[in-house]
Design a protein around this ligand. Structure first.
Ligand SMILES: [Mg+2]
Length: 187
């Protein structure tokens, strides 16, 4: 197992803590967003107003966005995409590459200009890292989850704890608060 492929390049508390200007300065233009537990809780079906504001800010700063969800609920993913006015892919099967590649294709995005943002290491982060994209992990919006996800969370917590302890993930005080940056290059 290559642990580097699991390590997010950045860890923040929530999407609103992502410094969009910083990402722009780093040369990124495209954001591939996970849906459930990244932008909203899977049971609520509603975006918090702060998340909607952040999406608006991202669009306003010139980012192009696409939702890439592993959800099988096509109607729900499409409806939420329409609500944000961004293209939305369901059944993405992250960490497999297909869904993420499809999103890049829709946006006309290049790998080196693309950021994957999600709440799960074994799907969102691994998928993005496998394609050589920049990856940002956020904490899950909700604690209510499926049992399989609960088990994954324990493994994720252990990995994050170890990476912090070993100094792989370094604490940095950013403009939008505390974040963690990986010393690994994601390769
Ligand atoms: Mg998720």
């Amino acid at each position: 197992m290559n642990f580097k492929k699991l390590c997010p390049r950045m860890v923040v508390e929530k999407v609103q803590d992502i410094d969009l200007q910083e990402l722009k300065d780093m040369g990124f233009r495209y954001l591939l967003l996970d849906l459930d537990n990244t932008l909203l809780s899977w049971w609520s079906g509603k975006f918090p107003p702060m998340v909607k504001d952040w999406i608006e800010e991202a669009r306003g700063s010139g980012f192009e966005l696409c939702i890439v969800s592993n959800s099988l609920m096509k109607w729900k993913v499409k409806r939420l995409g329409r609500e944000l006015e961004v293209p939305a892919i369901n059944r993405a099967s992250k960490p497999r590459k297909g869904g993420l590649l499809k999103a890049m294709d829709i946006l006309g995005a290049k790998t080196e200009e693309t950021v994957v943002i999600g709440d799960q290491i074994f799907t969102d982060i691994l998928g993005g890292n496998r394609l050589g994209m920049y990856t940002i992990l956020v904490r899950p919006v909700s604690r209510h989850e499926f049992f399989a996800t609960v088990l994954q969370r324990a493994a994720e917590k252990l990995l994050i704890f170890r990476w912090k302890k070993k100094g792989v993930l370094k604490e940095v005080e950013g403009k939008k608060g505390i974040k963690y940056i990986s010393s690994w290059e994601g390769k």
